[in-house]
Ligand binder design. Structure first.
Ligand code: HBI
Ligand code: FE
Length: 296
């Protein structure tokens, strides 16, 4: 944990938030942000979904002159977001405990890691940093339907914890919010923030023959393990954010109970009943999957 250790002395409130310590960003941090930003700005038109690109424009994160073209000011973004959908951004030191994370989402507060990766980590970081959290997650919170989905996820998380089914909801979050694809008349587009904040995966998820692309299926996703250290082996494709929100409207308690009788699926599995959009070659070198680490 890079800056978490370096700045472990920053005092936190009981809900794990702090005021964004803007004075701690160096000129180098701002330069790294601009580089990350410019790389994605070149890649994402034609790859990211229209809702994301519209959100980015609405936040002014897209204009190089905003925030001096560096790490954005959370308060400025929060005021714009609040006006659009009633969400705000709160600064946190990194991953926070599940119940804290869900508690914020349920109150329409998005916990964003305040610190930025170093230049030598520019292409890959396992934990969320400010680029992933702000650039990847916040633009879609400008969209009213997606904004409601995220709040529902927070409420559902608190409930899933009580039902010992957090792993099932975490899989849903992973394969939608973090790594989801959406079908549009122009073709598949990205809405998952883990992809949108990654130069390599932004291209891989759409253009590589290696991964499976399957139609979104709530119960199927809740059975599917995932990899956190490589590109995904399977992407699930929604038709619209309305479809996603509707599919997640029912009470999950009976679904969790029914799934107890069904085996978990590996990240690469394709099973009978899957609506296959593209079956992957699962070429291990292409996906960076040869490291042999187990799915979780
Ligand atoms: N904390 N800051 C932060 N960001 C996350 O995405 C996050 C978290 N804590 C818990 C968590 N995610 C996950 O365990 C849940 O989404 C399942
Ligand atoms: Fe994330």
């Amino acid at each position: 944990m890079v800056a978490l250790e370096r700045h472990a002395d920053l005092p936190l409130r009981p809900d794990y938030t702090l005021d964004q310590p803007r004075h701690l960003y160096s000129a180098e941090d701002h330069a790294v942000w601009r580089l990350l930003f410019q790389r994605q700005a070149r890649l994402l038109p034609g790859r990211a979904c229209g809702e994301f690109l519209a959100g980015l424009r609405g936040l002014g994160v897209a204009a190089a002159h905003d925030d001096g073209g560096g790490v954005p000011d959370f308060e400025r973004l929060s005021d714009l977001l609040d006006r659009a959908t009633g969400w705000r951004i709160v600064a946190v030191p990194g991953l926070v405990p599940d119940e804290v994370f869900f508690g914020h989402l349920a109150e329409r507060r998005f916990p964003a890691t305040w610190w930025l990766r170093r230049r030598d980590q520019i292409d890959y970081l396992q934990e969320p940093d400010v680029f992933h959290d702000i650039y990847g997650h916040v633009p879609l919170l400008m969209n009213p339907v997606f904004a409601d989905y995220m709040q529902a996820y927070g409420r559902g998380g608190l409930k899933a914890m009580r039902l010992n089914a957090l792993h099932r909801l975490a899989r849903l979050y992973w394969y939608t919010v973090e790594f989801g694809l959406i079908e549009t008349p122009e073709g598949l587009r990205i809405y998952g923030s883990g992809i949108l904040s990654s130069k390599g995966e932004s291209v891989f998820c759409l253009e590589s023959a290696a991964p499976n692309r399957l139609r979104f299926d709530l119960r199927r996703i809740m059975r599917t393990k995932y990899r956190i250290d490589t590109y995904q082996k399977t992407y699930f494709v929604i038709r619209s954010f309305a479809e996603l929100f509707e599919a997640t409207r029912p009470d999950f308690a009976p679904i969790y109970a029914a799934l107890e009788a069904e085996p978990d699926l590996g990240a690469a599995d394709v099973i009978e009943g899957d609506a296959v959009i593209a079956r992957g070659t699962l070429d291990a070198r292409e996906g960076g999957w040869e490291s042999g680490r187990a799915d979780v």
